[in-house]
Each structure stands twice: as structure tokens, then as C-alpha cells.
Design a protein around this ligand. Structure first.
Ligand code: MN
Length: 563
């Protein structure tokens, strides 16, 4: 229990007693499951999930998220099974833990192309519940904090992956403190020498400037009181070393040429006050006109709101000032997680869920704007979601399949031999029919039998071109008996409501012949204002019929099609 103390203290501030008990139960399970395991640092493994949980508790995330954080490595690294988590906790918590494990299994490579693809997969994988990615981000934050114990080579890879994949996600989610921590720790790990030199320079200069900053702060305060802004909280800030370094590198400046090393943040209790503070400070020091930004009127795409202004001070140092309300400040630090702020008795609302989807859309947008992968752009459409499903192999690899794809499509997507020998499938460990539609996020396992072979009926529910053509190819190379079975097509009748015109019937029959459809019956019925044409067709399967209907609908004069 000794590692639990710090977490308990944090939880006591916002989680009720019943829920704390559940968190404690998760701790006990995690501790015994990880018993005997050690981290690179030599500490017992349990210190890691607890540290991750503390990060999330400081963000005031709900108790389910905290429990998922405590258990986030048990499926991967211990004997605990998902089923046990369902029984001990809930389906929701088990799904969260499972989601984090799957995310962990995605292997990122540094090659730009593979990376864009992985980035996309990651977004899809977390589409079901954003809390999965919040746990993952906190997990990565703690791993970054304890990097020094990790072997050199592995360390570089982790940092690269963090800066290329996780930092942009944290940024897009608006979780500022995590992104900054990634960048600071990354800078320190990749460039230890530069980091040390900058840190020392910063230390020296802040000694010199401490007096000046104190003086400025007093002046700001006095002016705000004069302007009737008595409740303002003023925080002085120092620029982060990674961002100073970036500025020096990008603008070819020496350390002493980087002027805006310091800034202030003014936090007030209303939007109206924000603008009053701005007015007050602009009477104190002249603003740099091109540096003023009103992110309150026009928030950043991650929801960030604040007023930014840079002032000329008489001390020769420009001073950046951020002005915002308490709520804006919370959002600026915690981003989307601020929307998860714990509310007793409330579960994740529909509105939050919508936000997730909105966010995913905008991440896709971000990736598009960054232009790092053309293929990514091409494959991303606004309506991407309803038309693709992302499912996992038991090893955690993600496969992308079209909507309504079945275990048969999955099996053939892995290998045609797996498809041919497929006899059954498990979805999330449950046996399902081979014709079941797969849903995003499911783990699919195919059971094969060396003696088994494809069934003609599979053609009725296979969706992907690969599965269909493999099945057809199999039958074409088999003795005629099975081939005949395949040729037994379905018969389907449709009724077309049409506006009569010359050549309409010819157009319809021509279209059907183009689609290589046999017409077994065709009959036209004249009515008053319109006519009906009843056709009976021989089709391969339901998908084939749907395709035919789509083509017929486009013919001029066809008003409506009924089955
Ligand atoms: Mn972990």
C-alpha cells in the first residue's frame, strides 16, 4: 500500500469514497499482478502505473480513467485477462485497459511514410474512447521522466517517437503541460550538452534579471489596481529551454539575442476583465502592434483561448503577457481533458463523445495540413468513419477493412491460405458466425483447419475484392461439381417506377448486359402518370444486387426502385 498513498491523497480531493474503494481494489490487483517485476530504474514495477494514475488524477479525470491507468500494463505484461477485469470492475474499464494495451502494441517506425500511417491507425484505434489516449499520453510522460535508466539506443527511439507522434497529439488535444514536458525531456535527452549549457546561461541571466522582473511585476500590479482589477493573479513565466533552443536554431540567434525569455500571465475572473487588463497594461507600456493576438474572440483550433500581447519595457526586454480567465487557464493546461473534469454521477456525455469525433476530424485535418504524407491525405475523407472498420489481429496489428466486412474478409486479408482454411472466428474471444459484420476496435481471431476449404456461400457475405477473387479463384481451379454449385445464382426481382420515354427499355437492358446480369423475366405495366417495369434478375449475391440497383437508379427516367 505504500505506493498508493500519494494517489489516495490526490483522489481525496475530488473522488467519492465508493469510487476510491474501487480504485484501491485496482491498485491491489495491479500490485499483485506485477509482483516481482522491476523497472529499468530498479524500482518495483507498480511504481509506474501509480505514477501514471497520479498524473491523471492531477488532471482530475474520472475514476474509471484512474483505474485504467493503474491496470494499463496488466493485460500486456501479466497473466490477468480482460474477462477478469470485466468481472472485477466493468466492461467500460476493461475496454479502456484493452484500448491502451492495443495502442501500446502499435509499433512506430521513424520512416515518415510508415509513421503517417501509424499516426492514422492510432487515431482510429482511439476513436472509440478518448480516455484511452489520455492514459497513453500519461504513460508516455512517466516513461519520458524515467528515461535515464533506459539503454541509450532505446532511449533515442522513444524520444523520437514521442516528439513525432505523441507531442503533436498532445498539442492537438490542447494538453499543454504534457506537450511541453515531452519537448523539454526530449531536448535534454537528444542534446544533453546543449541542454546543460543553456540551462546554466539561463540560471546566470535570471539572477541578473530577478530584480527587473520584480519591479515590472509591481508596476503591473499597481496599474491593475488603479484600473479596478483587484482580483488578478499574476504569474511570472520563464521560457522553456526547448523553445529557446528552437528559436536560436530557427532564427540563427545567440542566446543573448533571444530577448523574450520571460513573460507574465494574468488570470482574472471574467472575459470583460481580460480586456480591461489589456487596456490597463497598454497604458503602462507600449505594445508591439504585430504581436497582439486575440484568441478569445478567435480561439485556436484546439480550443485555446487567451489574449497575447508583447510590451516594450524601459529595461530593454520585451515582455510577453498572456491574459485569460481561470477556465481558459485550465483549458490551456489540460486541453480536452478539462472537459472530462470530474462531475459526480455523470458519465461521459454525448456532447463529449461528439467532441471526440470533431477532434478526430481535426487531427486528420492537421495531418493533411502538415503535408507529410500524400497518401494519408488521399485516403482521408470526411465520411471516412462510416465506411471503414479498423480491427486488430491477436498480435495487435491493425487491419483496415471496408464497412460490413466479415471474418472471411479478415481471414483473406491476412493470407489467402488462412482464408481457404478458415472454419470459425472469434471476435473479442467470442465465437461469431463467419458472416458477422466486424466493428472498429474488435480483436479478431481466425480458427483454421488444414483439411477445410472455402464454401460457395462465403461469396454472399465476403465484401473485399481480395476475399471474393480468392474464393472464386479457388473454385475455378476445383473439379466441376463444386464449380456448378457456385454457378447457382440468386434470383431477385425489382420494380422500377419510371417516366416513360423512347429508348428507356433499351437503356435498361443495355445497362444490365454491361453488368453481365441475366434477365430471367421482364414486364412493363403502364399506369396513369407513370409506368412500372418489373425485372427478375440472376445475381451473385446481395452486394451484386446493390451494385445493379445503383446503376439502374442513374438511368434517366427511372424515378424509384423497389424490391
Ligand atoms: Mn506503461
Amino acid at each position: 500500500m505504500k505506493y498508493f498513498k500519494k494517489l489516495r491523497a490526490e483522489l481525496e480531493r475530488y473522488v467519492n469514497a465508493d469510487q476510491r474503494l474501487l480504485v484501491e481494489k485496482a491498485y491491489t490487483l495491479a500490485e499483485s499482478a506485477h509482483h516481482g517485476q522491476k523497472r529499468h530504474t530498479g524500482e518495483p514495477y507498480i511504481t509506474h502505473p501509480v505514477a501514471v494514475a497520479v498524473i491523471l488524477a492531477k488532471m482530475r479525470l474520472d475514476h474509471q480513467t484512474i483505474i485504467a491507468a493503474l491496470l494499463h500494463d496488466v493485460l500486456e505484461d501479466t497473466l490477468v485477462q480482460k474477462q477478469e477485469l470485466i468481472e472485477q470492475f466493468s466492461e467500460e474499464i476493461a475496454d479502456l485497459v484493452d484500448g491502451v494495451s492495443k495502442l501500446t502494441q502499435i509499433k512506430f517506425e521513424s520512416k515518415a511514410q510508415a509513421q503517417a500511417e501509424n499516426f492514422r491507425k492510432m487515431i482510429m484505434a482511439m476513436a472509440r474512447d478518448i480516455r484511452v489516449i489520455l492514459v497513453k499520453l500519461a504513460d508516455r510522460l512517466h516513461n519520458m521522466r524515467t528515461l535515464s535508466a533506459v539503454p541509450q539506443e532505446k532511449r533515442r527511439r522513444i524520444v523520437q517517437e514521442t516528439l513525432e507522434i505523441y507531442a503533436p497529439i498532445a498539442h492537438r488535444l490542447g494538453i499543454h503541460f504534457i506537450r511541453v514536458a515531452y519537448e523539454e525531456l526530449g531536448f535534454e535527452t537528444l542534446y544533453p550538452l546543449r541542454h546543460r549549457v543553456l540551462k546554466q546561461a539561463m540560471k546566470r541571466i535570471s539572477g541578473n534579471r530577478r530584480g527587473i522582473l520584480k519591479e515590472i511585476e509591481e508596476k503591473l500590479n499597481a496599474r491593475l489596481v488603479e484600473w479596478n482589477v483587484p482580483t488578478a493573479r499574476i504569474i511570472s513565466r520563464q521560457k522553456y529551454l526547448s523553445s529557446i533552443y528552437k528559436k536560436m536554431r530557427d532564427k540563427h540567434l545567440s542566446f543573448f539575442e533571444v530577448m523574450d525569455l520571460y513573460g507574465f500571465r494574468v488570470i482574472v475572473d471574467s472575459i470583460e476583465m481580460c480586456y480591461r487588463v489589456l487596456g490597463a497594461l497598454h497604458t503602462l507600456y507600449k505594445p508591439m502592434p504585430q504581436r497582439f493576438k486575440d484568441y478569445i474572440a478567435i480561439p485556436k483550433s484546439n480550443g485555446y483561448q487567451s489574449l497575447h500581447t508583447t510590451l516594450f519595457t524601459p529595461y530593454g526586454v520585451p515582455l510577453e503577457i498572456q491574459i485569460r480567465t481561470e477556465a481558459m487557464d485550465r483549458l490551456a493546461e489540460n486541453g480536452i481533458a478539462a472537459h472530462w473534469l470530474y462531475k459526480t454521477g455523470e458519465t461521459v456525455s454525448n456532447a463529449s463523445y461528439l467532441r471526440v469525433h470533431e477532434w478526430i476530424k481535426s487531427v486528420l485535418e492537421l495531418q493533411k495540413n502538415s503535408g507529410s504524407s500524400l497518401e494519408f491525405i488521399e485516403s482521408v475523407k470526411i465520411d471516412l468513419f462510416p465506411h471503414e472498420v479498423y480491427v486488430f489481429t491477436p498480435k495487435g496489428e491493425i487491419l483496415e477493412l471496408p464497412e460490413n466486412a466479415t471474418p472471411i474478409d479478415f481471414a483473406y486479408a491476412i493470407h489467402s491460405d488462412i482464408g481457404h482454411r478458415c472454419i470459425a472466428a472469434k471476435v473479442d474471444k467470442q465465437i461469431v458466425p463467419l458472416s458477422a459484420s466486424l466493428q472498429s476496435g474488435q480483436t479478431v481471431e481466425i480458427i483454421i483447419d488444414r483439411q477445410s476449404h472455402p464454401q460457395p456461400a462465403w461469396l454472399d457475405f465476403a465484401v473485399t475484392g481480395k476475399a471474393k477473387s480468392s474464393i472464386r479463384h479457388y473454385f475455378k481451379t476445383q473439379p466441376a461439381v463444386i464449380f456448378e454449385k457456385l454457378d447457382t445464382r440468386l434470383s431477385a426481382s425489382v420494380i422500377l417506377e419510371v417516366r416513360s420515354r423512347a429508348g428507356l427499355l433499351a437503356d435498361i437492358t443495355f445497362a444490365l448486359s454491361q453488368l453481365k446480369v441475366n434477365i430471367s423475366h421482364l414486364e412493363a405495366i403502364e399506369k396513369h402518370a407513370h409506368a412500372e417495369i418489373k425485372v427478375t434478375l440472376q445475381v451473385e449475391n446481395r452486394q451484386h444486387l446493390a451494385q445493379i440497383i445503383r446503376v439502374l437508379r442513374k438511368i434517366q427516367g427511372v424515378v424509384k426502385i423497389r424490391r
